[in-house]
Design a protein around this ligand. Structure first.
Ligand SMILES: [Zn+2]
Length: 78
């Protein structure tokens, strides 16, 4: 697999990673751009979280699921 895939929201190349073992995910592609609109806007997207939560959402694609996109919960501030 050599195809480069980019985030449709910010255009940054997606980083390949592996999901946490307990999540059942395999290979994932994640947008790690802290300036991505998905990540920056995730304060409003997460309705149940407290105001100062370090969690945010990053754009991700499930490689084995046909590159289906989803929002991956991730810690902010890396
Ligand atoms: Zn992005």
């Amino acid at each position: 697999m050599s195809e480069k895939r980019c985030c449709p929201h910010c255009g940054v190349e997606l980083t390949s990673t592996l999901g946490p073992p307990e999540s059942g995910w395999g290979a994932l592609l994640v947008c790690e751009n802290n300036d991505c609109t998905v990540f920056r806007g995730s304060n409003e997207n997460i309705k149940y979280k407290p105001g100062d939560s370090p969690l945010g959402c990053r754009y991700a694609e499930d490689v084995e699921g046909g590159y289906k996109s989803f929002n991956m919960l991730a810690f902010r501030g890396f």
